[in-house]
Design a binder for this molecule. Sequence first.
Ligand code: FES
Ligand code: FES
Length: 169
Amino acid sequence: MARLTVNNQAMEFRLEPDTPLLWALRDAANLTGTKYGCGTGECGACMVIVDGQAMPSCTLSLGEAEGRAVTTIEGLSTDRGHPVQQALVAEQAIQCGFCTPGIVIAAAALLARNANPTEADVATALTNICRCGVHPRLTRAVQRAGRIARGEEPGVPLPAPQTATTPGL
Ligand code: FES
Ligand code: FES
């Protein structure tokens, strides 16, 4: 059993302490925005923020997360309007969607500790693997998000959420 705070909510997981945090979040807490990619801490698809630090949830055990504050992509903003989310859309820096939550989490954690990152800072913080070749756009987006967060640039209105119209989708 482990007690931790997830998205500002106290949670108790009745799972083995060596359960990867990723599976506790996805399978027990139904927070499926955090994705499974490599399972070995390499790809960044499973990134969450733990006590202010972006880290892979596939290699962090529930026992290691005990007592800590975890933020998943679901907890980053209530309306998908975090400056990073706004800027990623505006810069068309998101592609497959699978890697995107981890990228957003890594970028948000970076901006929380460094509101005006250089290109090198972004490259160091965003180690997420993405096969799309959008890293130059990602860098622009993260720096734009910083300007939005600092109030130097207006925010970007986000498109309305899409809903499935075909039964079963
Ligand atoms: S699934 Fe965790 S880093 Fe790839
Ligand atoms: S955004 Fe998923 S592979 Fe590039």
